[in-house]
Design a protein around this ligand. Structure first.
Ligand code: NAD
Length: 458
């Protein structure tokens, strides 16, 4: 993308924003309704795009992308009037008499840079927040999911107001040019390395950012659990989420030495029940997105200290870009697979003497996007919530917290800055303006110079 084109796009959007178009409640509603209609009328095209980009099973595409985004849009439509209302706050004696309120206003023209693993929902969900808050925007989908990117380029203009909402397709060069422009917020989803590039570019214009990043999300499994259910939830939360290519997929398990073999057996049995004896042939598993990521993942297994720890799986089909669900027991803590976010179908299991040791282990790593605990022990649950720092925590399940719009979704530390979903999305793209309003009564002379001795009490 040429610089001049990017400038023209932003100028165009800024003119629409300045004209006040996006601020009107009616405009916001019409655009959200446009998104809801697009999701409902183009469900087949969305599924086809996700199938083409990731071999994503239709059921997964529906549950994790289409249905969740539709709910997010309908939730915003239902709540919008309430969210937009000024919030009255108490007046204080030093301002007497006065009234005080918080008025929300849109930030302006925002840039949304999206990623490839949930390429539909991770693009449209922040768009919903930006529109609900009354902003003009550019969506830059990921080039690594080209079919979904093309879907947005084709259909967003058909269903939405193109003078305020634009799609720019492209890769690093195009994103770099976009990042040189002045935005009122940049909302980025992706890895932390590029997150730093985004933040540095934003700093030049003093632009606020939301960085939705990843990390190594741990699952701690106590021996006091309903193992059958726990195993099903771990398996579906790892491999049933894009074959592990999900930001909140379990990255590794921690359990005690004494319970590890029981847990491994339960996971193996469940995996075989869900994906059969030859998982490379299962239609219920997404493929790896491209050959770069395939190589990145197989490299993790190339380490002899890691490949010797494969307990289950490990099969690969480079032509089809498929890797089978793979369990690894007791890999060295300094191996690459325990240092980098895995973002694929490999699942190491770390063993500790007693479960409490797992908290120190987790807290010695960069803060993850999610942390999971399976236990019936309420004391342990309380301890976990209090002592483990993560973007979000889920007890006795995996990944499901993403679907509650009353919970903020976002990282902490290395897993990101800022949160969204539900009202948090609206807030992420709004400025809260403090407004104090006074009349002319009770004008106290003591506040005005000259500060004569009669006026002074200090
Ligand atoms: P990606 O390669 O699609 O990159 C993300 C975006 O950044 C793309 O739009 C891409 O064009 C752009 N980009 C890439 N390199 C760039 C550069 N040098 N300069 C400017 N822009 C650039 O996606 P990815 O980074 O592989 O995504 C995977 C990561 O995202 C994982 O770490 C995962 O945990 C994280 N993730 C986080 C969330 C979340 O909600 N927190 C969701 C999904 C994925």
């Amino acid at each position: 993308m040429e610089k001049i084109k990017a400038e023209a796009v932003v100028e165009d959007l800024r003119a629409s924003f300045k004209a006040g178009k996006t601020k009107a409640y009616e405009w916001r509603v019409s655009q959200l309704e446009g998104i809801a209609r697009m999701i409902m009328e183009r469900e087949t095209e969305i599924m086809e795009a996700l199938q083409s980009d990731l071999g994503k099973p239709n059921m997964e595409a529906y549950l994790h992308e289409i249905s969740l985004s539709k709910s997010a849009c309908l939730f915003a439509l239902k709540q919008l009037k309430e969210w937009m209302k000024p919030e009255k706050v108490p007046a204080v004696i030093t301002n007497f008499p006065s009234s005080a309120k918080i008025v929300v206003e849109p930030l302006g023209v925002v840039l949304i840079i999206s990623t490839w693993n949930y390429p539909f929902s991770l693009s449209i969900d922040p768009v919903i927040g930006a529109i609900a808050a009354g902003n003009a925007l550019v969506l830059k989908p990921s080039e690594i999911a080209p079919a979904t990117s093309a879907f947005f380029a084709k259909y967003l203009p058909e269903y939405m107001d193109n003078s305020c909402i634009k799609v720019v397709e492209g890769a690093i060069a195009e994103t770099t040019t976009l990042l040189e422009q002045k935005w009122d917020k940049i909302f980025y989803t992706g890895n932390g390395r590029v997150g730093r590039i985004v933040m540095a570019a934003a700093a030049k214009h003093l632009t606020p950012v939301a960085l939705e990043l990843g990390g190594k999300s741990p699952v701690v499994v106590d021996s006091d659990v309903n193992l059958k259910v726990a195993a099903k939830r771990i398996v579906v939360g790892k491999w049933g989420c894009n074959n592990g290519q999900a930001c909140i997929a379990p990255d590794y398990i921690i359990t005690t030495k004494s319970f590890a073999s029981t847990l491994v057996e339960a996971l193996k049995t469940t995996l075989e029940r869900f994906y059969g004896k030859d998982p490379l042939k299962s239609a219920d598993l997404s493929r790896i997105v491209n050959s770069n990521h395939f190589k990145r993942l197989t490299n993790l297994l190339d380490d002899e200290n890691v490949s010797s720890k494969i307990l289950y799986g490990g099969m690969q089909d480079e032509k089809q870009l498929k890797i089978a669900p793979t369990l690894l027991l007791d890999v060295p803590h300094d191996s690459l697979v325990m240092k980098e976010e895995i973002f694929g179908p490999l699942l190491p299991i770390i063993m500790v003497e007693k479960l409490e040791d797992s908290f120190d282990f987790i807290n010695s790593m960069p803060k993850p996007l999610a942390a999971y605990l399976f236990t019936n022990n309420k004391k342990l649950e309380k301890y976990f919530i209090r002592n483990v720092s993560a973007g979000g925590i889920l007890i006795n399940d995996v990944a499901l917290h993403i679907s509650n719009p009353h919970l903020p979704f976002g990282g902490v530390g290395d897993s990101g800055i800022g949160a969204y979903h539900g009202k948090f999305s609206f807030d992420a793209f709004s400025h809260k303006k403090g407004v104090l309003s006074r009349g002319y009564a009770a004008d106290i002379p003591a506040r005005y110079p000259p500060y004569t001795p009669q006026k002074q009490w200090v």
